[in-house]
Design a protein around this ligand. Structure first.
Ligand SMILES: [Fe+2]
Ligand SMILES: [Fe+2]
Ligand SMILES: [Fe+2]
Length: 416
């Protein structure tokens, strides 16, 4: 059993890691939202939904620049990332309501007219996140946060009624007198422990539910770049088929499938500007890119019950001869699941079509994999299994990626 909340927090954390300038932004906003919601006597369900929405509110900021841009108090065109966030999350049943809150989190109150936007109803929860978000962006890192409280409050009050719901501003007026609130903000932005924990409601996921959310994550991870828009779906399908052909038990196959979906979650910390760079990467950019499996490991390591899945997911760039990264593990230290993931990742990367090149054909793929196995980098038995069942495995990849591509194309169409 795995906690949905823990997984959600890791997704939030991963996306805030894309730049140090973000400074735990979504965490801060969730904390402020929760405290304001309590001040406003939101009931438990509403408080929970708005807090979860806050922790993911900027998930649709696909590029680093976009994430940084909306940190300015007067953000330009802030609705795009809010809409993308909604698009990414809306089809997952557990997040449908949350997605609706996120969709309009930058709509101004506009003397109450902001209860509608582009012909749709805007929830009060969206307006609460809007206020919390702007409070967070007004806080600067240079000075003790409690010393900024009057200045922050004045700026907020001056936009009451225009940008913000006046009742929510009143709640902030009461909240700002509580010192702990500012001390907690300081602690959160320094990554330290703090006083008031957000009282999130949690839910335990069984294996099939976990696969469902891992698949949603694959979308959040992959859709940041057209280049790799369907990569994780492919890796997951290939890894699962390989595991089945290698006679792994049913539960292990499911774990491997889930690991395939989230093996690149650490890539959320890599700016999409680098993921999509048309020319070759500089030394520094490559170093950033390479760090993604390390981040995958550290993020997933914090979720109880995910130990094996993490082991399969995070080692996909390790090599049997110890020349991979980031842990420099060798053959005897790499589990079967990890070895499968390495082969599935390479196979998918070389066979999938990318906007700038066509995928490799069978003969060439077999040569690449055989050579790597001969060099002692990847597992010979797994490569042989892949060759034996080539058609079946490749078909599974194509099918999964085709479906994902259709979803991505629909998604991309809605962006314009
Ligand atoms: Fe935002
Ligand atoms: Fe934000
Ligand atoms: Fe990777």
């Amino acid at each position: 059993m795995v906690s949905l909340l823990e997984l959600t927090l890791q997704l939030s954390r991963a996306s805030d890691m894309v730049s140090p300038e973000l400074n735990h932004h979504q965490r801060l906003v969730a904390y402020i939202t929760f405290n304001l919601g309590e001040e406003l006597n939101f009931d438990e369900k509403k408080l929970n939904e708005v807090s979860v929405a806050a922790i993911l509110h900027d998930i649709g900021g696909l590029s680093m620049q976009e994430r940084i841009n909306v940190l300015k108090f007067e953000a330009i065109n802030p609705h795009q990332h809010a809409r993308i966030g909604w698009l990414l999350l809306k089809d997952y049943r557990e997040f449908a309501e949350i997605a609706r809150i996120i969709k309009f989190h930058h709509v101004d109150w506009n003397k109450g007219e902001g209860l509608r936007f582009c012909g749709e109803t805007v929830m009060l929860e969206s307006h609460l996140i809007h206020l919390a978000d702007r409070i967070a962006t007004l806080i600067s890192r240079g000075e003790k946060i409690i010393n900024q409280k009057d200045q922050v409050f004045e700026k907020i009050v001056s936009a009451s009624g225009q940008k913000f719901n006046p009742d929510f501003v009143k709640a902030f007026e009461q909240l700002k007198e509580k010192e702990y609130f500012w001390y907690d903000l300081e602690s959160i932005s320094n990554g330290r422990r703090y006083y008031k924990k957000i009282n999130f409601k949690d839910q335990c996921l069984d294996m099939d539910e976990l696969i469902g959310i891992a698949k949603l994550y694959a979308r959040v991870i992959d859709f940041r770049s057209n280049f790799t828009a369907v990569h994780s779906e492919g890796v997951s399908a290939v890894a699962k088929r390989l595991a089945q052909h290698l006679s792994c038990d049913g539960l292990t196959c499911k774990k491997i499938q889930a690991a395939g979906y989230i093996h690149d979650i650490g890539k959320l910390s890599v700016p999409s500007e680098i993921l999509e760079k048309p020319t070759s990467l500089t030394h520094e950019e490559f170093a950033l890119m390479k760090q993604h499996t390390y981040h995958t490991f550290v993020l997933l390591h914090q979720v109880q019950g995910l130990e094996e899945i993490n082991e399969y997911a995070s080692m996909h760039h390790e090599r049997l001869d110890g020349t991979g990264y980031p842990f420099k593990l060798t053959g005897k230290e790499l589990s079967l699941g990890a070895r499968i993931m390495a082969v599935a990742d390479i196979f998918t990367a070389v066979t999938e079509n990318r906007p700038y090149r066509k995928g490799m054909q069978k003969d060439e793929v077999i040569m690449v994999l055989k050579n790597m196995a001969l060099d002692g980098k990847i597992d010979t038995r797994i490569v042989e299994t892949l060759i034996t069942f080539y058609q079946d495995i490749n078909k599974a990849r194509i099918k999964a990626q085709k479906k994902a591509r259709t979803r991505y194309d629909d998604f991309a169409k809605l962006l314009v």
